[in-house]
Design a protein around this ligand. Structure first.
Ligand SMILES: [Cu+2]
Length: 113
């Protein structure tokens, strides 16, 4: 909690921003026609990972049955999701939005170990 006591030294206020916060690793994934970059994402079991999914070309999905994820990512937008890391395994990611000729080839893998 913030201590606003006027008895405190003003000079120490510069350190106020060093309050520890839960470490959240951010991983950016770009989606284009018709691929995910990177195509493989690694995380440790229990690690806090935030996926920043960037639609760089076309509108696609980012879905994984094993991880219970399914988001739609329009071109030019970024969708942020927390990666569930409570169970270890190798999870397939696929596109859940009909997007054209390369739709079925859109695959990525999330490895949690
Ligand atoms: Cu698609």
């Amino acid at each position: 909690m913030l201590d606003v006591s006027s008895a405190k030294s003003v000079a120490s206020q510069a350190e106020a921003s060093s309050t520890p916060v839960a470490t959240m690793r951010k991983v950016q994934v770009q989606i284009s026609n018709f691929a995910y970059t990177p195509a493989t994402i690694f995380a440790k079991k229990g690690e806090k990972v935030q996926l920043q999914i960037v639609g760089t070309e076309g509108t696609h999905g980012f879905a994984s049955k094993g991880l219970n994820l399914n988001v739609r990512v329009p071109e030019g937008e970024t969708v942020v999701v927390d990666l569930p890391t409570d169970k270890a395994g190798t999870f397939e990611v696929y596109c859940s939005v009909p997007c054209g000729s390369g739709h079925k080839s859109m695959k990525a893998t999330i490895v949690i170990e």
